[in-house]
Ligand binder design. Structure first.
Ligand code: GLA
Length: 396
């Protein structure tokens, strides 16, 4: 968690005034434990919020300007709260701008502006949802400051809408949902079609979740991501020869899919669809084995998930595969897989607590040998979703 005292001082250095009226908010990053590329297909996902994310300090202004600044980027400016227009040169600021834009579409008129200072602890482009974290913390803060409802399911929906429509990324709902609705020590079982969800205690006992950052920037991720989405839509269309009323791959059981897969014309599209249908089933199986505390079986499902993302969905790439391969050779590792969109980014592994150091040393070394890149590791604790936090130790 950020040093709020220091951040408050930075806020005052940038925007002037005193600490009076400054409020602080935090939204985490997320890691998805299993259920990858299933959200936009109306299937299950099983993500968890991290303890690190984006901290936002906000203070009301008397005019209608919006001050945007970050401790992570040089770029900062003041803009009018309306009209809000996308501008590539505005870089990270397009995320908060998108939120203001969507809030206004929903009828929330900002009576006045705000000065905002962001502090991000999520490595950019690592696939741990830094953009969803900025979006959700912005929406939550602005709604709270305006005295409006901060229903976190609604916030997730509007943050996704902002990313889809303002930022042009066709992501599903998983990231924004996890960031908005996470709970300490719980993962979220979410049915992305209905948004029914359950917070499931994640008791990994003597095992730790370790996130491995490949530090491979996720090149081409948006175009490849959108390509996978249209392949899934093609599979749905082909299957409509037998099931005209079904609109999502998530509506097929594995057995139904197997019986009708021949209707899908292209081999590639069939493989993509098979991944989706089987991955959704793996989430369901995960719930059953986790209920029995069978972490070894959950680890096997994590492995099967990665293998399917590698062979059928083809979104892993050399770096993620090298890191997962290295992880699986370390004793005490129950499972290892990529997490997030893929094409670079991070892996998540379930590792015995006695093997954590060995894991980092060995996987780091083997990964470097294979790719020439240095890996980073974070031993992960599951944190809360978006919330207001108290600034303590600062004289107001
Ligand atoms: C990205 C998207 C999510 C989801 C994952 C893959 O993180 O933002 O909506 O589709 O990829 O599971």
């Amino acid at each position: 968690m950020a040093d709020l005292k220091k951040l408050t001082q930075q806020f005052i250095d940038i925007y002037g005034g005193t600490a009076e009226g400054i409020r602080a908010f935090h939204a985490p990053g997320r890691v998805n434990l299993i259920g990858e590329h299933t959200d936009y297909n109306g299937g299950y996902v099983f993500p968890a919020a991290l303890t690190f994310g984006t901290t936002l300090l906000a203070r009301e202004r008397s005019d209608n300007q919006l001050g945007l600044a970050s401790t992570n980027f040089e770029l900062r400016k003041h803009i009018a709260v309306s009209p809000i227009v996308y501008d590539e040169a505005d870089d990270w600021m397009n995320y908060p701008k998108g939120i203001v834009n969507v809030l206004q579409q929903r009828g929330l008129t900002l009576e006045h502006g705000y000065d905002l200072l962001y502090h991000g602890e999520i490595p950019n482009g690592a696939g741990l949802s830094s953009s969803a974290s900025i979006e959700v913390v912005t929406a939550y803060a602005l709604l709270k400051l305006a005295g409006q409802s901060t229903n976190t399911v609604e916030i997730a929906k509007l943050a996704q809408k902002s990313e889809n429509e303002f930022n042009g990324v066709q992501c599903g709902i998983m990231d924004q949902f996890a960031v908005a609705n996470g709970l300490k020590d719980h993962a979220i079982l979410l049915m992305c079609d209905t948004l029914e969800f359950e917070r499931v205690p994640f008791n990994s006992g003597q095992y730790k979740l370790i996130i491995g950052n490949t530090n491979k920037r996720r090149g081409l991720v948006d175009s490849k991501y959108n390509e996978r989405r249209s392949e899934c839509e093609q599979a749905v269309k082909d299957l409509q020869a037998a099931f005209p009323e079904r609109t999502l791959l998530g509506q097929y059981s594995v057995d139904e899919f197997n019986a009708n897969a021949h209707l899908i014309q292209s081999d590639i599209v069939r493989a993509r669809a098979r991944h989706v249908v089987e991955e959704i089933d793996r989430v369901v199986q995960s719930m059953a084995v986790l209920k029995k505390n069978d972490l070894a079986a959950f680890g096997q499902l994590m492995n099967a998930s990665h293998d399917s993302l590698r062979d059928l969905y083809e979104v892993t790439g050399a770096e993620l595969d090298a890191m997962v391969d290295a992880a699986r050779t370390v004793p005490g590792v129950l499972g290892s897989r990529m997490t997030g969109a893929g094409f670079g980014g991070c892996t998540v592994s379930l590792v015995h607590e006695d093997s954590v150091e060995q894991f980092q040393a060995e996987v780091g070394r083997k990964y470097k040998e294979a790719t020439g890149l240095d890996a980073d590791f974070y031993v992960c604790t599951i944190g809360n979703g978006v919330e207001e936090i108290k600034i303590i130790g600062v004289d107001l």
